[in-house]
Design a protein around this ligand. Structure first.
Ligand code: CP
Ligand code: NVA
Length: 304
C-alpha cells in the first residue's frame, strides 16, 4: 500500500493510524523487523519531515537512508523507474519529497515496496494526518464537526491534502483566499464528495465560525520566481491579531511550518496563546511512526 495522496486512505485507515499514534503516545513500543530501512528521497529542502521520519524510524528500531536527489544518479538522468526498482531491493519503504506528483506516481509504479508522499507540488498527506490528529486532540468532540478555515494560499499542497482528509473525517472546511484566485478544482470536487467546503474571499466572514484557522507560506517551494507577485496577492490574508479579532475567542491558529514571520503570519500570533503550531510540529514524529507502522503491517500481513 502506498500513500501518494491522502485519498489513498479510507476514513477507517486514518482512524487506525490515529489509534496507533495514541498507543505510541501512551508509551506502547512497536518495532519493525531488525534491519528494515526507509529511503528518504528528497528533491526539496526539509527540516521537520526529514528529521521526524528519521527519528520515527529509529524509534521503531529501523534505519533511515537520506538521499539528496541532487547528489544521486537521478541528477544525471537515471529514470525514476530504474531508481525505484533498485531501491526496492535495498530498503523496505521509500518516503519521497519531489517537485512533481507525477514523478512520485512514476516512482511508485516501479516500486515493489510502499512509497510515501513526503510532499509534492500537489499534496502533503503526512502533514494533513498530523494536523488532523492535532485537531482531534484539541477539539471537543474530536475531528467530526470541527470547522477549519484555511487562509491564504488555498491552492497549496497543504490545503489540498487537508481539505480531503478533513472532510472525509467529518470536519468542515472554509477556503479563504483572494478574489480571482482559485483553489484546485479537482481537490475541491473530491472534498465536496465527502463533506462541506465553502469558498470565500472575505476574511472576516471566512474565519468568524472557525474552530481552527490554518495558514501556510504564500510562496511554496518551487514558486520562488513568483515570490513578489504572491506576497502582494496574499498580503490581505495575513493571520494577525486583526484577523483574530473577527474570529471566535477560542479559535486556534495552525501552521504547517516553516513560518515566514511578518508575511503569512505575525510573530505575535505565531508565539501567542492561540497558536498550536508547536504541538502540530511535535505530532509530526508521532504520526510518521504511526504511518510507517501502518503501511509496514499492511504490507506484511495484508491486514492490521
Ligand atoms: N511542515 C513541513 O513539511 O516542514 P519541512 O519542510 O521542514 O519538512
Ligand atoms: N506549501 C509549502 C509547505 C511546506 C511544508 C511548500 O510546498 O513549500
Amino acid at each position: 500500500m502506498n500513500l501518494l495522496s491522502v485519498d489513498d486512505l479510507s476514513a477507517s485507515d486514518m482512524h487506525s493510524i490515529f489509534n496507533l499514534a495514541d498507543e505510541i503516545k501512551k508509551g506502547a513500543f512497536f518495532s519493525v523487523r531488525q534491519g528494515t530501512s526507509i529511503a528518504l528521497l528528497f528533491q526539496k529542502p526539509s527540516t521537520r519531515t526529514r528529521v521526524s521520519f528519521e527519528s520515527a524510524m529509529a524509534r521503531l528500531n529501523g534505519h533511515s537512508i537520506y538521499i539528496d536527489v541532487n547528489t544521486s544518479q537521478l541528477s544525471r538522468g537515471e529514470s525514476w523507474g530504474d531508481t525505484a526498482m533498485v531501491l526496492s531491493s535495498y530498503v523496505g519503504m521509500i518516503a519521497a519529497r519531489l517537485f512533481k506528483q507525477d514523478d512520485l506516481i512514476e516512482l511508485a509504479a516501479h516500486s515493489s515496496i510502499p512509497v510515501i508522499n513526503a510532499l509534492t507540488d500537489m499534496e502533503h498527506p503526512c502533514q494533513a494526518l498530523s494536523d488532523i490528529y492535532t485537531v482531534r486532540e484539541l477539539h471537543r468532540g474530536g475531528i467530526k464537526g470541527a470547522r477549519i478555515a484555511f487562509v491564504g494560499d488555498i491552492a497549496a499542497n497543504t490545503a489540498n491534502s487537508l481539505m480531503v482528509a478533513a472532510t472525509k473525517l467529518g470536519a468542515e472546511m472554509t477556503l479563504v483566499g483572494p478574489k480571482g484566485y482559485q483553489p484546485n478544482h479537482d481537490y475541491v470536487r473530491l472534498a465536496r464528495k465527502y463533506g462541506k467546503v465553502e469558498l470565500t474571499c472575505d476574511v472576516k466572514s471566512g474565519v468568524v465560525d472557525a474552530d481552527f484557522i490554518y495558514t501556510d507560506t504564500f510562496v511554496s517551494m518551487g514558486q520562488e520566481a513568483q515570490a513578489k507577485k504572491r506576497r502582494k496577492l496574499f498580503a490581505a490574508y495575513q493571520v494577525n491579531s486583526r484577523l483574530l479579532g473577527s474570529a471566535r475567542k477560542n479559535a486556534r491558529v495552525m501552521h504547517c511550518l516553516p513560518a515566514h514571520r511578518g508575511e503569512e503570519i505575525t510573530s505575535e500570533v505565531l508565539d501567542g496563546s492561540r497558536s498550536v503550531v508547536w504541538q502540530q510540529a511535535r505530532n509530526k514524529m508521532l504520526l510518521e511512526q504511526a504511518i510507517i507502522l501502518y503501511l509496514y503491517r499492511m504490507e506484511r500481513n495484508g491486514v492490521l
